[in-house]
Design a protein around this ligand. Sequence first.
Ligand SMILES: [Zn+2]
Length: 534
Amino acid sequence: MQNEKTNRIKEHILFCLILTISALPTILNASCNSEAFFLNIFCSLSVTLLLTGFVMLLPYRWLRWGVFTILFVVSLFELAHELVYHGDLASAGYIRSLFMTTPYEAEGAVGRVIMQHLTFIVILAIAYLCATALFFLTKPKIRKQILVLLCDTIMLTIVTLSLLLGYGFETTSKAVLHHPPLNIYTQFAEAYRQIKERENGIAKPIDDYSIMQRSSEQEQELYLLVIDESLSYERLSINKQYQRPTTPRIENNERVVSFSNYYATGVFTMYAVPMLITPTTATDFENNYSAPTIQEVYNQSGFKTYWITNEAQIVNDGVSGYIVKGAEQINVHCDIDMPGVVDSICSLHDKVFAVLHLWGSHQFYLNTMQTTSRYFPDVTTSKKVCGADIYNNSYDNTILYTDSLLAALIEVTERHKVLSTILFTSDHGEGPITDTGGAHGYTLPHKSEYHVPLIVWYSDEYKTAYPEKVANMIKHKDAPVSADNVFWSVLNMADIRIDSTLQQDGMSVFSDTLLPHRRTLLLPNGRQIMQLDE
Ligand SMILES: [Zn+2]
């Protein structure tokens, strides 16, 4: 009996040790930028002790080892995420997008970086498996030596990994549940809650709204909302902060206006896009499922509405589906096919509104024009798929591609000689581009993830019909605005108003009375909010 007790204590210590060591880089990174360094470490360690303590309550040895193995594997998932995001913790948004995305995307997000750190992961896994096998097979006498050897191996791997990461980050919550090793479980639970909330929200009827009679009825109208992907403001040469000419075609167009102080309200597509096309914001995101979409409002105003999307976006982040409601969906194989589609639908109907959802600058930055000048080597020409230079070239090439696309859209629209505006923005930006590429959705987002472009183009016919709207929009081009303004601006640019308490005149950049508002960002866990103007 005494022997059984001693064995159990030994087992508990072993579990605790392995789990603590496997979570060490996460624990250290979570604590090193925080003021409460020791408190953080204490929280994580006591939670680990408690967690393994519960495992010890299980009656059978095989069950204890089974449950412990699951805990260990899950802690490796957090470690893998940390490698992709350079020391960042997993978030509900990341977990959701990983499960909703294509295998290619998932492989890209996790696999790409893991491949480069595979040696360490493999060493860690092999060390654990060998030790477990040996522990059961050998005599008690040698077990102690094996334990020491195992701890040394794992410790060495972890220290190397911690040094490799070398970044550190701040957690957005001080709650114990958001600390490793528990964070990963909290985020899984949060992801599940959000998926349920989405299902229930989609089942609810659309909020009641009606449209006011438009003051001016024009013969032919074409309005486009172009939503790009992962494009940061600072990388567009039109904004005069970047040396390379990445937007040569649109920056010479005198009817193109670029806003300098526009922020996204989410850093994952599945959060950011719904907030662009509905009146919901980061503070009431859960209402987006039953809120009227911009295309529904246009539809009610007598427009034929379309949602033109790159096939790659349909599965990416699960954005399609409910969000397209109120529009006819057209799928294209490449973003550059979209101007042709706009050309044909414009010939078919007098009044058209279309949302163009691009693949744009999404990783791995494969959108590249073969005909325009571009930067080499990039991911399509280099055999070595790593290195910051290659990823930076590729990212810039995607912007050149989008620049050509916008120029082509303007050309098509001009040819039809209709009353028209194109409002272009990106759902969110991209974090720092490093040797392993770029990513977005960091726990504490970088400015390049939410400072994104907002660009408006208008036709001559539009300026003649609405000179005051054009003047107002140009006047506000340096005002602090965000994705919260897009829904109202896109409606106001066609002079559409909602006849209810919903209407917010001060939110349109085309309005004379644009009012300042508190800019907020929905963090990657899909629950917390960051104030952007403080
Ligand atoms: Zn996105």
